[in-house]
Design a protein around this ligand. Structure first.
Ligand code: SAM
Length: 473
C-alpha cells in the first residue's frame, strides 16, 4: 500500500504506485489539456508530484517539451540565479565488501589496486586540492567495516578541516558513504559535515537485489530508509540520486520524486540536492552490459523535469559527463558541478600513470583543470562560486529552503559567490581567468538589490584584494 508518510521503504516507494503512475503517464502523454494544466501548475514554482511529472516525462509533443525546458530555465534563474557552485570528490578508500555489479570496487575485483589513505596522505591530497582553489569536498569511500569504519571516516573529516595551506581551507565536507546507523549519522553531524549523500542506485527492488547480490548493501529497505535515519541523527541536508542506466529511467524518476515527497512529508524538508549520475566505463565494468542507458536528450529532459518538480533542490552534475553535456544541462537547473576530479584514491597528489594498475571508481569524461572550468563557466555567463556560507551560518534544512523560497538569493548567495570567486582569482587563477573574473565581479556587484548589502560586499571585495579572507553573509 502506498503511503508517503510510512517509514517502510516498500510503502513510501511503493512498486504498485510507481506502476500505476507509469500507466497513468502513458495514458495521458498526448492529453494536451492535462499537460497544459500541469505546466501551468509548475509555473507557480511550488513543484509537481510524481504523477504529474511522470506525465511530462512521457510526453513527446515537441512544443510541450520545449515549454518544460523554458520553464526549467526560468525557475533556475529565479531561484538560483547564474551561480554554479564548485566542488571535488575525494576518494578516501576503495576497500569494499559489497558486490555491486556496476562498480569496480566490488569485493570480487582482484585486479583493481586497493588503497586507503593514511592521515599523512590526506594532508597531501587536501593540500593539492586547496592549491587548485577548492573549498568544498565530497568524501567517498567503499563500505568496509574493518578497513573503513566510522572512526576512520571521522578522523579523515577532522584532518581535512584542520589543514590550512597558504590561503587555502576546506570549508565544507559532504559525505558519500554507505547507509549506516542513526548513531553513526549523529557522529557525522557532530563532525561538522555538510550534506550526507547516498545514491539509491535503483528504486526497483527486484533489480536492486540483483545488482547488489552480496554484502550489506543488498538490503533494499536498509538502504532506502537511510535518509530517514540520517535525519533522525540530526543531518537535515541530504542528497538523493539514482544511477541512470541500471533500470528503466521512468521508473527511477517516479521513485526519486516519491522519495523527495516522503522526506518533505515526514521531516518537513525535501532533499538538499539531487544527483543524476549515469553508469560509466570502469576497471572491469562495461556500461553496455546495462541495457537501460539513456540518451543525452532523455538526460536533459530528466534534468529539466527535476528542476520543475523540485524547484528548491540543488542539482549536481559530476565529471562523469563531458563538457558538451554539462554545457547543455547547466541552464536547465544544475546548481553544482565538480571540477578537475580524480576518482582514484590518492590521485590529486600523485596522478596514476597510464601503465599503473588503477584504483579509479570510473572514467572521468571532463578532464579539464579547475581553472579551465572556472574560465569556461564565466564565458558562458555563470558565476563560479566557492561559497560554503549557508551551513556555516546554520542555514541548513528548511532554513536554507526559506532563503531560497523568499528569493533572498540576490542579497545573500550572490554576494557570497562573488566574494569567494574573488578569493579564487586572487589566489589561484591564471592571468586570463583573473581578467575575465574581475570584470564579471564588477558587473555582478551592481545587481545586489539591498544598498547596505551592496556596500558591504564592495568593501569585502576590496579587503580580499588586500589579503583578507573568508567573508560571508
Ligand atoms: N560505497 C558508498 C555507497 O554504497 O553508497 C559510496 C558511494 S560510491 C563511492 C559513489 C557512487 O558512485 C555510487 O553510489 C554509484 O552510484 C556510483 N558509481 C559506482 N560505479 C559507477 C560506475 N561504473 N559509473 C558511474 N558511477 C558509478
Amino acid at each position: 500500500m502506498y503511503d508517503v508518510k510510512s517509514m517502510r521503504a516498500e510503502e513510501f516507494i511503493s512498486d504498485e504506485e510507481i506502476r500505476e503512475t507509469l500507466a497513468y503517464a502513458d495514458a495521458n502523454k498526448d492529453n494536451e489539456a492535462l499537460i497544459d494544466e500541469i505546466i501551468e501548475k509548475a509555473k507557480q514554482r511550488k513543484g509537481l508530484n510524481h504523477r504529474e511529472a511522470s506525465v511530462l516525462l512521457a510526453c513527446e509533443i515537441p512544443e510541450k517539451v520545449e515549454a518544460v525546458y523554458r520553464l526549467a530555465e526560468q525557475i533556475k534563474k529565479d531561484f538560483y540565479g547564474n551561480r554554479i557552485v564548485l566542488f571535488a570528490p575525494l576518494y578516501l578508500s576503495n576497500y569494499c565488501v559489497n558486490g555491486c555489479v556496476y562498480c569496480p570496487y566490488h569485493l570480487k575485483n582482484k585486479h583493481i589496486a586497493r588503497k586507503k589513505l593514511t592521515q599523512e596522505e590526506i594532508v597531501k591530497e587536501v593540500t593539492a586540492l586547496q592549491d587548485m582553489g577548492h573549498k568544498r569536498l565530497a568524501i567517498e569511500a567503499g563500505e568496509d567495516p574493518v578497513n573503513n569504519p566510522i572512526e576512520y571516516i571521522l578522523e579523515c573529516i577532522n584532518t581535512i578541516y584542520s589543514i590550512k595551506h597558504k590561503n587555502g581551507a576546506i570549508r565544507r565536507v559532504n559525505v558519500n558513504i554507505a547507509a549506516t546507523t542513526v548513531e553513526n549519522y549523529r557522529k557525522l553531524k557532530d563532525a561538522g559535515i555538510g550534506t550526507y549523500i547516498l545514491f539509491q542506485e535503483t528504486y526497483h527492488k527486484e533489480s536492486y537485489e540483483k545488482l547488489h547480490p552480496t554484502g550489506p548493501k543488498h538490503d533494499y529497505a536498509y538502504h532506502t530508509e537511510a535518509m530517514d535515519r540520517a535525519m533522525e541523527g540530526g543531518i537535515d541536508d541530504v542528497g538523493l540520486g539514482v544511477l541512470f542506466g541500471l533500470d528503466l529511467y521512468r521508473y527511477e524518476f517516479a521513485g526519486l520524486l516519491m522519495h523527495a515527497e516522503h522526506l518533505e512529508a515526514v521531516h518537513g524538508v525535501g532533499p538538499h540536492t539531487i544527483s543524476v549520475p549515469r553508469v560509466k566505463h570502469a576497471d572491469d565494468i562495461d556500461p553496455a552490459a546495462f541495457d537501460n542507458g539513456i540518451s543525452d536528450d532523455t538526460f536533459a529532459k530528466i534534468c529539466a523535469l527535476i528542476r520543475v518538480s523540485v524547484p528548491y533542490t540543488g542539482m549536481i552534475i559530476s565529471t562523469r559527463e563531458n563538457q558538451e553535456v554539462r554545457e547543455r544541462v547547466l541552464p536547465l537547473g544544475v546548481s553544482q558541478i565538480s571540477g578537475a576530479s580524480k576518482t582514484s584514491v590518492g590521485g590529486y597528489a600523485e596522478p596514476e600513470k597510464e601503465e599503473e594498475v588503477t584504483s579509479e571508481q570510473f572514467d572521468v569524461s571532463d578532464q579539464r583543470t579547475l581553472d579551465e572550468v572556472v574560465n569556461w563557466l564565466m564565458k558562458l555567463g555563470y558565476i563560479p562560486s566557492f561559497c560554503t556560507a549557508c551551513y556555516r551560518e546554520g542555514r541548513t534544512g528548511d532554513r536554507f529552503m526559506a532563503l531560497c523560497k523568499n528569493m533572498q538569493i540576490l542579497n545573500c548567495c550572490h554576494p557570497n559567490a562573488l566574494m569567494t570567486l574573488k578569493e579564487y582569482l586572487e589566489d589561484y587563477a591564471s592571468e586570463e581567468t583573473r581578467k575575465i573574473g574581475m570584470e564579471l565581479i564588477d558587473r555582478e556587484l551592481e545587481k545586489i538589490p539591498n544598498p547596505k548589502v551592496k556596500q558591504t560586499a564592495y568593501e569585502h571585495i576590496h579587503d580580499i584584494a588586500e589579503g583578507k579572507r573568508d567573508f560571508r553573509f
